[in-house]
Write a protein that binds this ligand. Sequence first.
Ligand code: 3PG
Length: 405
Amino acid sequence: AFNTLDDLADGQRVLVRVDLNSPVEDGVVQDNHRFDRYAETVRELADRDNKVVLMAHQGRPGRDDFVSLDQHAEILEEYVGKPINFVEDIYGDDAIDAIEALDAGEILLLENTRMADDELPEKAPEEHAKSDFVQTLSPYFDAFVNDAYSAAHRAHASTVGFALELPAYAGRVMEAEYEYNTGVAERARETEGQVTMVLGGNKSEDVISVVNNLGDAIDTFLIGGLPGELFLRAEGYPVGMDVGDMDLLDDQWEETKDTLEDLVENRRDEFELPTDFAYEDAADERAEIALADIEEKETGYLDIGHDTIESYVPIIEDSEAVFVKGAVGVFEDERFADGTVELIEAIGRTDCFSVVGGGDTARTLSMYGLSEDNYDHISIAGGAYLNALTGQELEAAEVLIEQAN
Ligand code: 3PG
């Protein structure tokens, strides 16, 4: 196990890695669940009279979402309810000056860690610990808190390097996410009764990884989202050929076609596939079509249809445990949110053990006013959640555990 904030003394200089990586639209950072989750850790540390210095990343060099963290500071401030200072520097003189100027209970956010050359190369923790980034900042702190569970599958300087130089602790998000997500496979195997996984999202390779690694633990996969579209194609339906990012879909189809065809041929009874789906009609409205009525290549689906929802809900209601990996439709658009919202609502109504996760799926709850209290765990992680489900190591979490022993 790791050391947690319960083991950390108050009134210290604490360097905290969080994950505020967010969708960015036209240069504007979109508010999302990560902000309110991290606000709790940050507020706790500040209330305990620590000098709190936050590190986070945004996007990747060369991509449109690779922007400064100045907007993140403003959004986070709203949730924390205390001022968040921001410095446009990571470990240069300006950053050091700002760190030294902090009083107890004050909070500072450093600039996007991926703007530092030392950050991104995937290296062993020992190598990262020797970097200028880690060596320059460490002497200004008494402790390192890693709360960035959703970036824990990345061996970057800020996620693995500092843990070797400073006493290292897991933050509240790391603690909860690690416990619930790492335990999913085990929990599923131990559950007597129906174990169901809602499998959506927009990456078919993730689906194959989940199906192969968790297949023995899950009784029924309720398929939606892009995987649904690809599974239906594997069954021979001419679904979804002329909408959205076709290159992405076609590439994913080419890459996964053989595996999907093999799955529908040999493991068909594990999967519930959509029997109808929603698309955007000529009047920009939601329209639905049954599979049986598809004659030629139809507009690709944007949500599962209501017949499908009605057939999936009773399976959820009969389940002892339900895990969600990805949304079954484009829930960001209200017209195509029914499938995702109704399935997640059904999970909330049912007295089962439940974990909801996968990229941005957690956002469905805040967008559509669903109470978090109805679920055992809501994950704010994407890739890390998937790694945990499929039994792969999360290097940054492992480092914390090693350091605690
Ligand atoms: C995420 O948003 O899933 C994490 O922050 C990791 O981001 P990355 O995939 O750009 O490394």
